[in-house]
Write a protein that binds this ligand. Structure first.
Ligand SMILES: Nc1nc2c(ncn2[C@@H]2O[C@H](COP(=O)(O)OP(=O)(O)OP(=O)(O)O)[C@@H](O)[C@H]2O)c(=O)[nH]1
Ligand SMILES: [Mg+2]
Length: 265
């Protein structure tokens, strides 16, 4: 059972303005632009190997989770339109800390993105795997300001047993209102039929949750994902929904290093 079962899924708000030739409304285009502008403000905040090293604050936090190599760090870079913000790499298992990025105008951070280390990479020593699973479960269960989770999944592998365990961990929080979005990454690797099939399977597996195709390489689904996440944090008039705006948070250390999204993987 997924975290969205028995609950109304976290659907993006409905729009009612007339559609253009691409099926998008003028209102949506404007909102997507606003959301993408907001994402572009992202800057490195801090990195932590353990939950208790994370700073405590009231800003809404959105975590990017998924198997190692699923494309979490690349997704953050594409959403924020910054090439080297999050540490993405061809080598699986490269993100080993929780890396935080602040969003909002300078001096007025209004949300935080959390890039989490991936799970399921076979070459990681067992002791590291267990340690990391504990850090991640602890984070997802008890991070007080966590308001949304983006689960990234390579549709060529589908949602795996480890993803199901994560869904189990998340379910109680989703039932309490935690937002949840599944992004099927590397959609550029799929033809149309495969993409349609992957979408239906993932929708079934997440019990009707919000699932979207995403390609960092082709920039597919970027504007829509930006807007879905923006809506988690903001009201329709652009004000912050969840928590009061905090004073600016200071960066602790620079995490930027990286490879471009490649078409190889
Ligand atoms: N073709 C294609 N490759 C992608 C896409 N997104 C990411 N990749 C590639 O997938 C590999 C892994 O990307 P990362 O963003 O580092 O993956 P991750 O989920 O952060 O991995 P860990 O930090 O190990 O958990 C890199 O080689 C990326 O260039 C995409 O949309 N299309
Ligand atoms: Mg990563």
């Amino acid at each position: 059972m997924s975290p969205t079962q028995n609950k109304k899924p976290n659907q993006p708000p409905k729009r009612h303005s007339p559609e253009d030739s691409k099926g998008r409304t003028a209102l949506e285009s404007k909102e997507e632009k606003e959301a993408m502008g907001w994402f572009h403000t992202a800057r490195f905040l801090t990195t932590a190997a353990q939950m208790h090293h994370l700073p405590a604050y009231d800003l809404p936090e959105i975590a990017f989770v998924g198997r190692s190599n699923a494309g979490k760090s690349t997704c953050i870079n594409v959403l924020t339109q910054q090439k080297k913000l999050a540490y993405a790499s061809k080598t699986p298992g490269r993100t080993q800390h929780i890396n935080l990025f602040a969003l909002g105008r300078q001096g007025q951070s209004d949300a935080v993105l959390a890039d989490l280390p991936g799970y399921g990479y076979a070459a990681v020593p067992k002791s590291d795997k267990i340690r990391w699973q504990q850090v991640m479960a602890n984070y997802l269960i008890s991070r007080p300001n966590l308001i949304g989770v983006v689960l990234l999944c390579d549709p060529r592998h589908g949602l795996t047993e480890l993803d199901d365990i994560l869904l189990d961990v998340l379910r109680p929080r989703v039932e309490e209102g935690l937002k949840f979005l599944v992004l099927l990454t590397k959609a550029d690797k799929l033809n149309k039929t495969e993409a349609t099939k992957a979408l239906s399977i993932a929708k079934l597996q997440s019990s009707g949750g919000v699932v979207r195709l995403f390609s960092a390489l082709k920039k597919q689904g970027v504007a829509e994902a930006s807007q879905i996440i923006w809506d988690w944090v903001h009201t329709q008039d652009g004000t912050i929904k969840v928590s009061p705006v905090q004073p600016e948070l200071g960066a602790v250390e620079d995490s930027s290093e990286e490879d471009e999204p490649s078409s190889e993987d």
